[in-house]
Design a binder for this molecule. Structure first.
Ligand code: ADP
Ligand code: MG
Length: 301
């Protein structure tokens, strides 16, 4: 098969592993820097140019779109979809996953357990917003944050109101969320491929930060999920229509609660700490699905 990995960094661990595994299995693999692609649209003729040439059709693409390139990156993914390439993540699913509010709405509708979340405008009664989220302490998070950078723990009602007011002044979209105190500083990342959890790690913050993101100094170790946690991860992946993804959950007293679903999850820490060969599982998934049948373009809205 001809496979394109859409990635800005050909030296990135995940990109390298996917490439080496796919090539070893006899596929032709090209790492395409989507940020440098340009596209033409005219009647029934979606073309993607890269390094001065029109790309020939790929059987499959594996998008690894950086958060800061979501808009351009998903437009490129969409162009590949219009050419009929199989994708491990659709442009629309990537877009949804990048907006936390939209993701929570989708997951809640599909009965996925999430922390109770409130979204409101400045016209709302801020005391009531804090109460609806379970009362202080509460988590306040911006809709498009990543790596833990847009997530605040407001310890008191007063602090929560001040943070909300500051965000309103700046016109930032945010949500107020129930604080999962029981496992603050720890979360679980489950990698899901084709409806199965293939590796799972627990991330613990090092310096008593309530955020466990590895970008904030969190460290990962292998963890065994309970059946309920596995089911929740698989359900979240399905709700978000992301067959290959990383589902972040927290262990709460009311069972696992999903924080987010990542469409370009790194396989580095999961592979290194669990010793599972996640790259091969992903390429096998692509092999099973890319050749299934000719695809109609289902780009949607
Ligand atoms: N409701 C919550 N209760 C307790 N901790 C939380 C909550 N939401 C987020 N966190 C912590 O903050 C981290 C970042 O939050 P997350 O929603 O995943 O945003 P990001 O996209 O920035 O990673 C999580 O990994 C978790 O450790
Ligand atoms: Mg996160």
């Amino acid at each position: 098969m001809r496979i394109a990995i859409l990635s800005k960094g050909s030296l990135n661990y995940t990109t390298k592993r996917l490439r080496e595994v796919a090539e070893a299995r006899g596929h032709e693999v090209i790492v395409v820097n989507y940020a440098k692609c340009y596209m033409t649209m005219e009647r029934s003729k979606p073309i993607i140019y890269y390094k001065g040439k029109a790309l020939e059709k790929f059987d499959a693409i594996i998008p690894r779109i950086a958060q800061s390139y979501t808009k351009y990156g998903t437009a490129v993914v969409r162009q590949f979809e219009m050419q009929g390439s199989f994708s491990t993540a659709s442009s629309i699913a990537i877009n949804r996953s990048r907006d936390k509010l939209r993701s929570y709405q989708i997951m809640a509708r599909q009965d996925v357990n999430i922390p109770k979340t409130v979204f409101a405008r400045e016209t709302a009664d801020l005391d009531e917003v804090v109460e609806l989220a379970g009362g202080a302490p509460v988590i306040i998070k911006v809709a498009r944050g990543t790596h833990g950078n847009g997530v605040v723990l407001a310890e008191t009602r007063k602090a929560a109101k001040a943070v909300m007011q500051a965000f309103y002044v700046e016109g930032v979209n945010f949500m107020v969320q129930e604080f999962v105190a029981e496992s603050a500083g720890t979360d679980i990342r489950a990698l899901v491929v084709g409806g199965r959890v293939v590796a799972s790690i627990e991330r613990v913050s090092l310096d008593d930060d309530f955020r466990s993101n590895t970008h904030q100094g969190g460290v990962g170790k292998a963890v065994k999920l309970t059946p309920e946690e596995e089911k929740t991860a698989i359900k979240a992946a399905k709700a978000m229509n992301l067959p290959v993804c990383g589902v972040d959950m927290m262990r709460s007293k009311n069972g696992p609660k999903v924080l987010e679903v990542n469409s370009s999850a790194s396989i580095k820490t999961p592979e290194l700490v669990t010793k599972r060969d996640v790259a091969t599982i992903i390429i096998e998934y692509v092999e099973r699905n890319a050749k299934a049948k000719p695809r109609k373009d289902k780009v949607g809205a």
